[in-house]
Write a protein that binds this ligand. Sequence first.
Ligand code: ADP
Ligand code: MG
Length: 333
Amino acid sequence: MSSCVDKASHRLDEFALIERYFKDLTPQVGVCLGIGDDAAIVECSADSQLVIATDTLLESVHFPADTNAYDIGRRALCVNLSDLAAMGAKPRWFTLALSLPSRLATEAWFDSLSRGLADIAASAGCALVGGDTTRGPLSVTLTLLGEVPVAQALRRDGAMAGDYIYVTGTLGDGAAALHVLKNESKRTQQSRLLEHFYAPKPRVSEGIQLRGIASACIDISDGLLADLAHICKLSRVGAEIQRAQLPVHPELRRDFLQQHQHWALYGGDDYQLCFTVPPDRQPHVEKLISAQRLQATAIGTITASKGMDLLDIDGGCEPIGMAEHTLGYNHFE
Ligand code: ADP
Ligand code: MG
């Protein structure tokens, strides 16, 4: 394989590096024209709709400045896949808009980033079809394209009073991982949390499974309450959450006795799905859970009165405001 470094200037050649690291990174399924032209062309089926999501990851905002390129690549694709999962879409294609400072523009860095992307793309079955490469502060923007059968996408606006509220997996791991990343000494003991941070498992198969079952769905990126509030606002309903039902990993409960419940409610970066289920479909969901075909926990119900309440086992009730700034992360605070 030829080098991307220009012998005379010792600089990476942009076109050679695109050719080497991105052109053949993923199998080109459903791609009529991939990397190399002005734009890509993909083949969509007539009975499906295209689902499109974009997320940007900035150094020191979405990942620590010392993150290696492999983990940047994995995290960038995982968090974007989570948005498609929340729509019940099947991931098909993605583009990569990359800005990076000269000091990072080495073959080793591109090799590592592209391996991170390729590993996640392989497990999700999606193809890199284009992008842009520029010099600037480190930022990675992915645009994902997915497919869903016509009118079957999961949306935020379909919840009704009486629906059950569920979450996949466990909550609070994202906030705990951030805590661990900020405390150097804890990093070695918490490899489960660090793996969750760099490669949060996107709940794609769960999203697809929930088509025709969930009345509303969102992925938890800003925190359970902040994201459930989006469902409530768009569906014009409220919610009651049973504090004792919140699923927390046993290790999180053990290692962070004081913080785990707050993190489960308010912490970001969990990338689980929060979804609602009408009462007549709830037995079906419970069957899927019992048969271990779906990892999810019922945590409450949708109410007609707007606003969210946290309920305790002993009957206590804590009303939670719907104001965004009190609930979770906000970039413009
Ligand atoms: P243009 O001059 O039209 O902007 P570019 O030179 O930026 O084209 O890109 C040439 C080709 O390489 C295009 O097909 C583009 O999609 C692809 N490409 C550029 N950067 C990336 C990247 N980071 N990842 C994947 N494909 C890329
Ligand atoms: Mg360009």
